[in-house]
Design a protein. Structure first.
Length: 96
């Protein structure tokens, strides 16, 4: 589940950073947890999100000009909550 980083410098001197992660174990675990009953509503497990997805969401915000956002701050928490409500990201949820 570790994240790999590859750096590529092209002939013009432009640097490309590629971040990859094998997310299949996380998705398989999410599918398993969706099939299990949770013990209570307190401390309910809502989702497991791969690191590369969190980085993607953070980078999307940075690209919009939101340069003060912190990865584990309340503003990012609100973004994660909004993303997890989107049907496109339902495969990250474990509570539905």
């Amino acid at each position: 589940m570790s994240v790999q980083t590859r750096l590529k410098l092209d002939q013009w001197g432009d640097l490309t950073v590629e971040r990859t992660q094998d997310v299949q174990p996380i998705l398989d675990r999410n599918a398993q947890l969706r099939g299990e009953r949770q013990k209570s509503d307190w401390g309910r497990h809502v989702a497991s999100i791969p690191n590369v997805i969190m980085e993607r969401w953070l980078n999307e915000e940075l690209a919009k000009g939101n340069t003060t956002i912190k990865l584990f701050g309340p503003e990012m928490d609100a973004i994660v909550k909004r993303k997890l409500a989107d049907p496109d990201w339902k495969w990250l949820r474990v509570d539905r």
